[in-house]
Design a protein around this ligand. Sequence first.
Ligand code: NAD
Length: 454
Amino acid sequence: MTDSYTKAVNSGFTKSLAKKLGLPRPAILRRYRAGDPLTVGPVLVLSDDASRGDADSLAKELLGWSLDVRREPTDDARWGAVLLVLTESARPTDVSGAVLAAGSVLRRLAPNGRVLVVSRAATDGDAPELAATRSGVDAFLRSLAKELRYGATANGLVLTDGAAADGTSALAALRFFLSARSAYVDGQQLRVGATPSDAADSPADLDRPLAGRVAVVTGAARGIGAAIAKTLARDGATVVCVDVPAAGEALARTTNAVGGTALQLDVTADDAGTRILEHARSRHGRLDIVVHNAGIVRDKLLANMGPAQWDAVVAVNLDAQLRINAQLLGADGGAGVEGLRIVSLASTSGIAGGKGQTNYGFSKAGVIGHTRATAPLVAALGGTANAVAPGFIETDMTAAMPFVTREVARRLPTLQQGGQPVDVAEAVAFLASPAAAGINGQVLRVCGQHLVGR
Ligand code: NAD
């Protein structure tokens, strides 16, 4: 639910009062609904001269998605999105024309519009000019995201290892960022590699990309986990909902809502991975997706911290994920699950840290670390391992924060509001989808461009 301040500054008398007083005016964000148009208006595709070939192929793909695609900035349009293609820019001076052309239309970017920058990753062997140009895109994008208003966002696709701009995973990422599914993702760059040749192509039904897949979601009884279970089910997956026995009633509610099965299990159990695999295979015949969402906070200053806070947080948030992954990937000598998609919940606190959160920060930075290390192991079995790092999301976990801290945390991101559980769920569903096969070892932040952390 949108918080009451955001609702107030978007309606009637309080809207004009907030405007007069110069108070923050967070926008009502557009979220995904089946059947809604992909973008809120025409898409302008711009590039520098060298990147024109990639811009042409992307424009062609967008036309195939029934979008109104234009190649010249004009005054008459209310733009739904601007796609800036800089894949072949080689010198800093190359980008000027395209960047300034994009700037010239930003005043006519519609509320909830999108700016997307497609570029290539700088690598160690690059010439200094090339490295400078490719690296420059990073803070150009983050700065631009901070300038957009009315729920519009800017994000970047960074192609790695010679990945094609119109490869399956690049197009899937482009579609995710253009769509309302990425409502609370802002100022982020996602690295996209070449799609493995044996990976599934784009699904026939773009609204049900997970049809036929079996997914396990831990901590599914409530909050973000429940939203993930519902979103994966909406996208076609059969979902196994896992939570502790004490959350049995709420777990049953989520399970009924998604038409899946429930597994009452404490993820810190020694055999949690084996039990998850047994349940998925015996009840549904296969296991394709694991979402490590179960997590707890036990905030205390380190000076006051004891094992009840430190050990519990590390056990649930980090050690359980490591043990379950090891069991699923066959590290104990068993056969690893082929083609597994692992998505782990990290946090912006695992990037920037947080006062009273040495335990939580350790656990969530640990999640980012193990995701990167697990990526090549799971790739060897045809799968991927990625993490999603939420910022401030409106759940029972954040409702327990003191009022002032909570209100400040809500207004700090560029989007000036907390995210909804479904915003995190959309990112998870995207990373778990077959077309995202070329995205591995990445951390996608869903934080409204939170002030802290990169
Ligand atoms: P929540 O407290 O609302 O829900 C967490 C769920 O995990 C609960 O249903 C709980 O019963 C379950 N759980 C806890 N320990 C478990 C265990 N040992 N075994 C199985 N299930 C267990 O939390 P949330 O806000 O929905 O957060 C979900 C995830 O997102 C967590 O990993 C959290 O750290 C992360 N996250 C949340 C936010 C936020 O702002 N809410 C921000 C960043 C990251």
